[in-house]
Design a binder for this molecule. Structure first.
Ligand code: AMP
Length: 218
């Protein structure tokens, strides 16, 4: 029986490297959905679901939500109709257990297609995250220095007030970086060994990174 090949792109990079911003661009270019586990948890949190309540305790501290619930949530999301051609993974997998589980999920469709890693320094990550504000309704992300909204504190799309994520506050950001190096950085070697990893200089402008990503993926 022949497999139906799908495109699964895993974006790697420290918090603040630009994964979410670039994923939104790739959605339009590649006609694939963005699966952001952070957004899925925040959606659950906003809707006060059991999953949201559980995730909050970990997110507030900058820690990873347990694998079991995270993997199940991604499995459910990947079974949705809009994922029939693949997906752009933003924030998942985030450790080796998740990476192996993801391999199993996507193996029937040809496996992971590519793993672009956006690289920035830790200082840049902290600077970017601490100036980051988003619209809690449409999810648009802005930055006080790099990507200002037309009207201060206001979303360009819907005019709603922009807010800072609780886990973008400096002490939590430090913990998230620590968790990245401890838990997520081993995925660099994991995907390198599978010849899937490509590095992109994430300190370039948003447009330059977009161009680099598209040329890498086409
Ligand atoms: P993000 O928006 O990707 O920075 O994620 C925000 C928070 O959600 C993280 O700090 C974790 O607490 C949680 N989270 C997101 N993705 C995962 C994941 N793949 N595994 C475990 N926790 C996650």
């Amino acid at each position: 029986m022949s497999i139906q090949k799908r495109t699964y792109i895993v974006l790697l990079g420290v918090p603040g490297a630009g994964k979410g911003t670039q994923a939104k661009h790739l959605v339009k270019k590649l006609c694939l959905p963005q699966i952001s586990t952070g957004d899925l948890f925040r959606f659950n949190l906003g809707n006060d679901t059991e999953l949201g309540k559980l995730a909050k305790g970990y997110m507030d501290k900058g820690l990873l939500v347990p694998n079991e619930v995270t993997i199940k949530m991604v499995e459910d999301r990947l079974s949705d109709d809009d994922c029939q051609n693949g997906a752009i993974m933003d924030g998942f997998p985030r450790n080796l257990v998740q990476a192996k589980a993801f391999d199993d999920m996507v193996a029937p469709y040809g496996g992971v297609s590519a793993v672009p890693m956006l690289t920035i320094t830790d200082d840049e990550a902290v600077e970017r995250i601490s100036g980051r504000y988003s619209c809690s309704d449409c999810g648009a992300v802005y930055h006080t220095k790099f990507n200002r909204p037309q009207k201060p504190d206001t979303c360009d799309n819907d005019g709603l007030k922009l807010t800072q994520r609780a886990d973008d506050k400096p002490d939590v950001v430090k913990e998230r970086l620590y968790v990245y190096y401890k838990e997520t950085a081993p995925l660099i070697g994991y995907y390198f060994a599978k010849s899937l990893l490509s590095e992109i200089d994430g300190s370039q402008s948003i447009e330059e990174v977009q161009i680099g990503l598209i040329s890498l993926l086409s």
